[in-house]
Design a protein around this ligand. Structure first.
Ligand code: PGA
Length: 246
C-alpha cells in the first residue's frame, strides 16, 4: 500500500516570514489523521517554518534545489543547505521550467543531486494546454519521466511524481479524474519500463485542487495524493483536502 501524501506548495507566498509561521502553525493545528502532509515554503521562510513545525507531523519541503553541490551560482540554494530544515524538495515545477529555464536535462541533474543529499523529491511533470489539445500528454510524460528516472536506481524510495497539467495550475479548471488516472498509469508504465518498482512510487495530482474538486482525485485510480498551490494557503481549506485523502 502506498502511503498517501498531500504537499502544500506555497510558491512566493505568504507575504512575510511571520505570516508563513502563522500559516504553518494553523496547518499543524488543523491536522489530525493518517495522511502524510508536507508544506513547501519559500527558501527564506524555511528555517522559521521548520522551527514552528518541530515536533508536529507536518514535513517541510523546499520548492527547488540547484544541481551543483556548491560554487559560483548567485541566488541559488544547494541541497546540502537544507539539511536539518527540510526532508524533501519539489523539483521541475512548471513555473521553474517557465521562469528559470529548467529543461529535462537540468531537472534530471537536480533530482539526482537532491536524492544524493538524502532528500525526498516531488518531481513535477505535465503537458501544456497546446500539448493537451493535440493529444500529446502521453508523449510529454514519457519524455519528462524517462529523462529523470534512468539514474535514480536505489534512491527510488524517496522519489514521488506529481502529475501537474500546466493548463490546470491556478486556473480553477482541474483535469478530470479520468485524465489524471490515465496520466498516472502512463507514468507508471515508463517507470516500469525503466526497471523501477512502479507500484511503490507515489503519483500525486496537482492543478486547481480545492476542497470542492479534491473528491474526484481522492478516488482516482493510481493517484496517491495531491500537490496543492492556492488552496494550501488557507489552513482550513488545506485540511479539508488532506481529509479527503484520509
Ligand atoms: P494550484 O497550483 O493548486 O494553485 O493550481 C498547483 C501547483 O502549481 O503545484
Amino acid at each position: 500500500m502506498r502511503e498517501r501524501l498531500v504537499v502544500g506548495n506555497w510558491k512566493m507566498n505568504p507575504p512575510t516570514i511571520a505570516d508563513a509561521v502563522s500559516l504553518a502553525r494553523a496547518v499543524a493545528r488543523a491536522h489530525h489523521g493518517a495522511v502524510s502532509v508536507a508544506v513547501a515554503p519559500p527558501f527564506v521562510a524555511i528555517p522559521a517554518v521548520a522551527d514552528a513545525l518541530a515536533g508536529s507531523d507536518i514535513a517541510v519541503y523546499a520548492q527547488d534545489v540547484h544541481w551543483e553541490e556548491r560554487g559560483a551560482y548567485t541566488s541559488q540554494i544547494a541541497a546540502s543547505m537544507l539539511r536539518g530544515l527540510a526532508v524533501g524538495s519539489i523539483v521541475g515545477h512548471s513555473e521553474v521550467r517557465r521562469d528559470l529555464g529548467d529543461d529535462d536535462g537540468r531537472v534530471a541533474k537536480k533530482v539526482l543531486r537532491a536524492l544524493a543529499a538524502d532528500l525526498r523529491v516531488v518531481l513535477c511533470v505535465g503537458e501544456s494546454e497546446d500539448e493537451f489539445e493535440h493529444d500529446e500528454t502521453d508523449a510529454v510524460l514519457e519524455r519528462q519521466v524517462r529523462a529523470v528516472v534512468r539514474s535514480v536506481g536505489s534512491s527510488q524510495g524517496r522519489l514521488i511524481i506529481a502529475y501537474e497539467p500546466i493548463w490546470a495550475i491556478g486556473t480553477g479548471r482541474p483535469a478530470t479524474a479520468e485524465h489524471a488516472a490515465k496520466a498516472a498509469a502512463k507514468i507508471r508504465n515508463v517507470l516500469r519500463d525503466e526497471g523501477l518498482a512502479a507500484e511503490d512510487i507515489r503519483v500525486l495530482y496537482g492543478g486547481s485542487v480545492s476542497s470542492i474538486t479534491v473528491g474526484d482525485f481522492a478516488g482516482a485510480r493510481g493517484i496517491d495524493g495531491a500537490l496543492v498551490g492556492g488552496a494550501s494557503l488557507k489552513a482550513d481549506e488545506f485540511a479539508a483536502i488532506v481529509h479527503a485523502f484520509g
